[in-house]
Design a protein around this ligand. Structure first.
Ligand code: HEC
Ligand code: HEC
Length: 120
């Protein structure tokens, strides 16, 4: 367990570092139709972030996405995840501001589960 945790954490971190780096090149967005927060990511970069969501929540793509239409917002979990992106951004903007230190991620609360634990 001691070894697994840092690996997962750094995967989640890498994921968010990739987001901020790739946000600047807005060229290759291509056929993405309904990206409101993770704007400017090329599709492979976006999918990396998505895999980070899966790892952070211990779920597959269909936890948030309607089968056959990734751009659909029909699933509650997708809309919640979008709000959670705002939450993580706010935490990083206000509190975890040093890019060299640990930054806020989905994993820090979810730890591989859809429901974070509220009390010890
Ligand atoms: C925890 C929820 C969650 C999971 C799990 C998830 N996604 Fe997403 N996905 C989102 C959200 C939220 C957006 C919209 C992001 C935005 O608006 O910036 C999105 C957007 C997308 C888009 C862009 C679609 C478009 O045209 O606008 C693709 C493609 C995508 N996801 C693929 C995947 C794949 C592939 C997986 C599994 C590896 C996956 N997602 C897992 C929440 C999730
Ligand atoms: C500060 C802690 C925190 C962070 C960071 C966080 N979440 Fe959450 N998330 C929660 C809490 C609390 C809930 C509500 C769980 C419940 O209803 O019991 C939740 C619920 C959700 C749900 C709905 C799950 C369900 O079963 O109802 C999704 C989807 C989700 N979060 C995705 C994300 C994603 C994606 C990220 C990263 C972008 C993220 N969360 C970051 C605390 C957090």
């Amino acid at each position: 367990m001691r070894r697994v945790f840092p690996v997962l954490l750094s995967a989640a971190l890498l994921c968010f570092l990739t987001v901020s780096q790739a946000r600047s090149d807005s060229d290759e967005v291509g056929e993405l139709k309904n990206v409101q927060k993770l704007k400017g990511l090329a599709k492979p970069e976006l999918v990396k972030v998505m895999k980070g969501f899966c790892a952070a929540l211990g779920k597959k793509c269909d936890f948030c996405h309607v089968k056959g239409d990734f751009s659909s917002d029909d699933k509650d979990n997708k809309r919640t995840a979008r709000m959670m992106l705002d939450l993580v951004d706010t935490l990083n903007e206000k509190f975890f501001t040093d890019p060299k230190e640990a930054r806020a991620t989905c994993y820090m609360c979810h730890r591989g589960d859809e429901k974070p634990v509220f009390a010890p």
